[in-house]
Design a protein around this ligand. Structure first.
Ligand code: PLP
Length: 516
């Protein structure tokens, strides 16, 4: 009895949970990284190019970070250049290598599942005359090496292949790619942004020429990237100016960001050691999703060696991803549809299309990317919300703009107005006409008398509490629920004419349901 009494409060508390499952978009900055960066911001503001003490200290910090960075990718520190982001790293390589070879050699071979920072740069280079060809991938996004071999010829100066894809997590056999490229004298760029901190990186043994990285995918800050350029491989700076970064990248070093990146790199060993646990959570997630929706399609490779431990791309046939993601967001869970860079565009993901999904299937797909703080509880909570949504136990409530609430809605026989305002607001302002007042903290005590055959319009002072109560009612099986966006405050302002005329008329105060 007591427990039931607090049901709605428990529901509210559950609403306040936050579960971040979009680590491929970006990661939170770890507290360790934060504190190192704060120290730099506070004490080490000297310009690394200045010759006096504080400048030399800053230069030393930059070199330490370069050391840390080079260690985790097995490179020599002299082969690492700090950039502003991986987008810059990819641009710098693609443009400078093209300038070096074109027009003597004309072709770049790449894959259709690259990040936009590569694809859009390739599209630009194409306008400059460079020939771009894409090697097909299989239904899990693995590059078809036989096809790659056919595409690379003596005119090919660069092969550009993403190591681990951000949307599905598919990992390429980069060693094999490099071997094929080398047979034709082509250089290799690999985008390692999603891989660092999730799988071991060894640029020397893979024999790649260029590799790009970004700190914000491994609990470091945004706005700092890195580029590996193999000793002796051609490279010219994208930015001209000062002599920073050995003359390879002009611009005063962002020391706090560089130190943040270096500090994040120091934790890579720990992240890799934790990868097994993340993979185990992903297995649980897949198992639950398959139980919830047996026809769901896992787009990420299920062979564990072929996929990042944290990444899952899954299609739920018949379930529009916008609605599902909206609901997940509403319940405090962050996932995404494709790459963060394409969010907001309605075009289906190029990666999903490249692995054979139809436009429709791509719109029924979400990406879940776990992080090293993700817990079993997070997975349980997320899958519960997915299940509730898919099984129709919760769905979106209608939203009514204050200006739209007119006499015909207010006085329609089918409208049932539910006032969930706190008592002090009721004292201050008259409510909507024909409203039924309930105790907003114990809505569960009125469920028996709320009509299931009417359109219930829920309102509170500002539209926040009422939206939660609306979802609660949806979860309780009430099908026709509308929330007054902006609440009574919004309506009083937008429709002061109606407020003056009708507010406070015919109010019913509901008594709690009788308990049998
Ligand atoms: N490459 C891949 C695979 C990515 O996932 C991203 C970021 O989403 C980038 C490149 C671009 O990185 P940045 O945000 O540092 O420009």
């Amino acid at each position: 009895m007591e427990i039931k009494y607090f049901e709605f409060l428990r529901y509210l508390i559950r609403f306040n949970r936050r579960v971040y499952l979009d680590h491929n978009a970006t990661t939170p900055v770890s507290s360790h990284v934060q504190s190192k960066m704060e120290q730099v911001l506070k004490y080490h503001y000297g310009n690394p190019s200045s010759f006096y003490g504080s400048g030399r200290k800053s230069a030393e910090l930059v070199e330490q970070a370069r050391e840390h960075m080079s260690q985790v990718i097995n490179a020599d520190p002299s082969e690492v250049i700090f950039t502003a982001c991986a987008t810059e790293s990819n641009n710098a390589v693609l443009k400078s290598v093209s300038a070096h070879f074109y027009p003597k050699k004309k072709k770049i071979v790449s894959t259709p599942i690259e990040h936009p920072s590569v694809l859009n740069t390739l599209a630009y280079l194409e306008t400059q005359g460079v020939v771009i060809e894409f090697c097909p991938v299989d239904d899990k996004g693995r590059v078809l090496l036989d096809e790659l071999e056919k595409l690379i010829d003596e005119d090919t100066f660069l092969v550009c292949c993403i190591l681990a894809n951000n949307e599905t997590g598919v990992i390429q056999d980069i060693r094999a790619v490099t071997k094929i490229a080398r047979q034709h004298g082509a250089l290799v760029l690999t985008d390692c942004v999603q891989a660092l901190g999730k799988i071991p990186i060894d640029v020397h043994s893979w024999d790649v020429d260029y590799a790009s990285f970004s700190a914000h995918k491994l609990y470091g800050p945004k706005g700092i990237g890195a580029l590996y350029v193999k000793q002796g491989s051609p490279f010219a700076p994208l930015l001209h100016g000062g002599h920073q970064e050995g003359g390879m990248r002009a611009g005063t070093e962002s020391i706090h960001n560089i130190v943040g990146f270096g500090t994040a790199c120091q934790k890579v060993g720990g992240l890799l050691a934790h990868a097994g646990q993340i993979r185990a959570l992903k297995r649980q997630l897949i198992q639950r999703l398959k139980e919830i929706k047996p026809d769901c399609v896992i787009n990420s490779p299920e062979e564990e060696s072929d996929c990042l431990p944290n990444t899952l791309s899954v299609t739920f046939p018949g379930v529009d991803n916008a609605g599902l993601m909206g609901m997940l967001d509403y319940r405090g869970i962050a996932v995404s549809a494709g790459s963060a860079c394409s969010t907001g565009e309605d075009t289906p993901s190029h990666v999903l299309k490249a692995i054979g999904l139809s436009d429709q299937a791509a719109r029924e797909t979400i990406r879940i990317s776990l992080g090293h703080d993700t817990s079993t509880r997070d997975i349980r909570y997320t899958t519960q919300v997915v299940q509730d949504y898919i099984e129709g136990r919760i769905s979106f409530v209608n939203m009514l703009a204050p200006a739209q609430l007119n006499e015909s809605i207010l006085f329609d026989e089918k409208t049932y107005i539910l006032d969930v305002r706190p008592p002090d607001d009721r004292k201050r302002y008259k409510g909507l006409p024909n409203a039924h007042e309930v105790n907003p903290l114990h809505v569960e005590n009125y469920l028996k008398q709320l009509p299931r055959d009417k359109d219930i319009l829920v309102y509170c002072p500002g539209g926040g509490l009422s939206v939660m109560i609306s979802y609660y009612l949806k979860a309780k099986g009430f099908k026709r629920i509308t929330n007054l966006r902006g609440g009574l405050d919004g309506w009083r302002k937008r429709r002061s004419d109606l407020y003056e005329k009708y507010a406070g008329q015919n109010i019913t105060v509901l008594e709690p349901d009788k308990v049998n």
